[in-house]
Design a protein around this ligand. Structure first.
Ligand SMILES: Cc1cc2nc3c(=O)[nH]c(=O)nc-3n(C[C@H](O)[C@H](O)[C@H](O)COP(=O)(O)O)c2cc1C
Length: 154
């Protein structure tokens, strides 16, 4: 089975929870692993030769979490071969606007450690900054898991 890595940089546990939920849904098609941007061994990711990387991007002070962008830079410096596919999901507390993902899209374009970028994304709003996620968010995760699976398999 091909491997998919999920990376989060959670503070309150919400983006980690969503990463785990997505990973669980992809488990029947891929080997999955969820890790923290601060703790994961970058070399281990390289050795796994994953087919895809899924990044959890939190909105922090009107920016995409610097920790996840830093992770992408470090990964670029570590990997010998790029990871063929990448996708992102966003967590945030204020109302969503598409322009909020621009900074992440720029970071992805710059990163030579990844190949194709998934045109689909997931965004989940938190009820408060420390969570939990808005009520009824689960079907969005289901839907994204299906789109993610076909993107990775395409
Ligand atoms: C210091 C701080 C700043 C934040 N700034 C924003 C923001 O500008 N826009 C927004 O939508 N959410 C903002 N949030 C909410 C976070 O996006 C939300 O807490 C996070 O996605 C939850 O993920 P986690 O539980 O994995 O840490 C902020 C949260 C913190 C702690």
């Amino acid at each position: 089975m091909e491997k998919v890595w999920f990376i989060h940089n959670t503070k309150f546990g919400n983006s980690e929870k969503i990463a785990n939920e997505l990973a669980e849904k992809l488990k029947s098609n891929f080997e999955v692993e969820v890790g923290s941007a601060k703790e994961v061994d970058l070399k281990a990711i390289g050795n796994d030769k994953p087919i895809a990387l899924v990044l959890a991007a939190r909105l922090v002070a009107f920016q995409i979490d610097a920790g996840i962008r830093k992770f992408l830079k470090k990964l670029t410096n570590t990997l010998a071969e790029p990871i063929p596919k990448v996708a992102v999901f966003y967590t945030h507390a204020s109302p969503w606007a598409d322009k909020k993902k621009k900074q992440m899209e720029k970071a992805l374009k710059k990163a030579t450690c990844i190949g194709e970028i998934c045109p689909e994304y997931l965004e989940v709003r938190m009820q408060k900054i420390e969570g939990p996620a808005e009520e009824g968010y689960e079907p969005k995760v289901d839907e994204f898991a299906i789109k993610l699976t076909s993107f990775i398999q395409s």
